[in-house]
Write a protein that binds this ligand. Structure first.
Ligand code: IMP
Ligand code: MG
Length: 175
């Protein structure tokens, strides 16, 4: 059943910010062999929009993860269920994520990808909820810093719903 939603970030605001990040990334990675790696499923919409704003040539890949946890809180036990197809050794890699909450997922993925010896590895997250951080992880590109509330839309879900919304909303879980 659909729960009440309160809009946090409007479609236009998101699009403007995503374009800004794409321009910044295009400038920072001039003359690089950039590979964008999106974390499924939440980052699919962000990746689609951001990559369209990137003006340098890039390769695009995705990986799928599951994390065991309750109440949508990550346990930190992350498992890659679908690995990337591209070889990243010696390449410049930008990991593209929907939201950094505890930071445990990105920390795990960063360590895992570093083992494959990319030339560089940075993190781009659309949303950052710093109040929930359990581990010190640096994100290199951030769309929006948001308060500690559960959000849906623009790729993000609650029980696999709401991913297709073009905006980001706070889900009222009390009802
Ligand atoms: P972390 O390991 O706690 O940083 O969790 C990151 C993952 O938890 C994200 O990739 C999301 O899939 C999920 N997540 C955390 N907060 C939210 C939220 O507010 N809405 C939807 N998914 C969330
Ligand atoms: Mg995610």
């Amino acid at each position: 059943m659909n729960k009440p939603l309160t809009i946090l970030l409007k479609e236009k605001e998101i699009q403007e910010r995503v374009r800004f990040l794409a321009t910044q990334i295009s400038n920072d990675y001039k003359n690089c062999e950039l590979i964008l790696i999106g974390v499924l499923t939440g980052a699919y919409m962000f990746m689609a929009d951001m990559s369209r704003g990137i003006t340098i040539s890039v390769n695009i890949d995705f990986l799928g993860v599951t994390s065991y946890g309750t109440n949508h809180k990550s346990s930190g036990i992350v498992r890659i269920i679908a690995d990337i197809n591209l070889e990243i050794t010696g390449k410049d890699v930008l990991l593209v994520e929907d939201i950094c909450d505890t930071g445990l997922t990105l920390n795990y993925l960063k360590k895992n990808l570093e083992l494959r010896k990319p030339n560089s590895l940075r993190i781009c997250t659309l949303l950052d909820k710093p109040s929930q951080r359990q581990i010190d992880i640096k994100t290199d590109y951030t769309g929006f810093i948001i308060p500690d509330q559960f959000v849906v839309g623009y790729g993000m879900d609650y029980a696999e719903q709401y991913r297709n919304l073009p905006y980001i909303a706070i889900l009222d879980s009390s009802s």
